[in-house]
Ligand binder design. Sequence first.
Ligand SMILES: CC(C)(COP(=O)(O)OP(=O)(O)OC[C@H]1O[C@@H](n2cnc3c(N)ncnc32)[C@H](O)[C@@H]1OP(=O)(O)O)[C@@H](O)C(=O)NCCC(=O)NCCS
Length: 212
Amino acid sequence: MNRKTYISDDAIALAEYIPSEDAQDQYNCWQDEGTQSGYNYKRTESFEEYYSSGIKSRFIATIIRLSDQARVGAIFLSPEDTEPDLAIMIYKPFRGAGCGTRAFLLGTHYCFDVLGLEYVYAGCFAHNTLSRKMLQKCGFHPYPKGNQAEKHIITGEEIVQYDYVKYNPECLEFDLGTVIGVPSVDENGDVLSKALVGSYVIIPKSHVPNPI
Ligand SMILES: CC(C)(COP(=O)(O)OP(=O)(O)OC[C@H]1O[C@@H](n2cnc3c(N)ncnc32)[C@H](O)[C@@H]1OP(=O)(O)O)[C@@H](O)C(=O)NCCC(=O)NCCS
């Protein structure tokens, strides 16, 4: 079936999700221990229940490898009324070949350039080395405020889902020379939130900061 392509590079495309073809791939991927470990989540519903529950993501795409049109994974953004959180699964046979990193980068570009989001979050457990590398390569930074404590689905031990963020460079100005503590302000001079990433302040481009 011909799919609409949302965004692509020279090896990978994020293409239209077609439930009748893709839901089974995704469901199978959820049965994989690597996926369950990556998400610290085990699906217990049947395929029929999974299929009929529909799509809640505000954006979902199937990841296609262009060399042979293989469906290699899926990428999805959290529902409309939630903070934008991007998640991905690469189907087991296709892992470790660079597809995840390429697809996540494309997904982030799509969120910024097409959906116009100012920032995107992504979560990653400490044990998920591949995911952490992928996020770092895609330019995400730790966002400790969003870290969430959870219990491991198998061992029950306390684990942390580390939160990461990437800001849309079109919407934000990185003011490397400004000391932490200088807030961003709106056009009336009212103080907005200050977002700290590493040791610098991020200021929305539309707002002119007033030194204090
Ligand atoms: C996490 C995931 C999306 C990464 O996608 P991927 O296509 O497998 O990863 P990539 O090939 O892009 O590789 C990412 C990094 O991991 C490294 N890597 C990949 N496979 C590896 C392996 N078997 N052993 C060690 N390192 C490996 C890559 O070399 C790369 O690091 P580098 O940039 O330093 O070379 C994928 O493995 C996956 O779907 N896992 C299960 C679900 C999951 O955890 N999703 C994320 C939830 S937040």
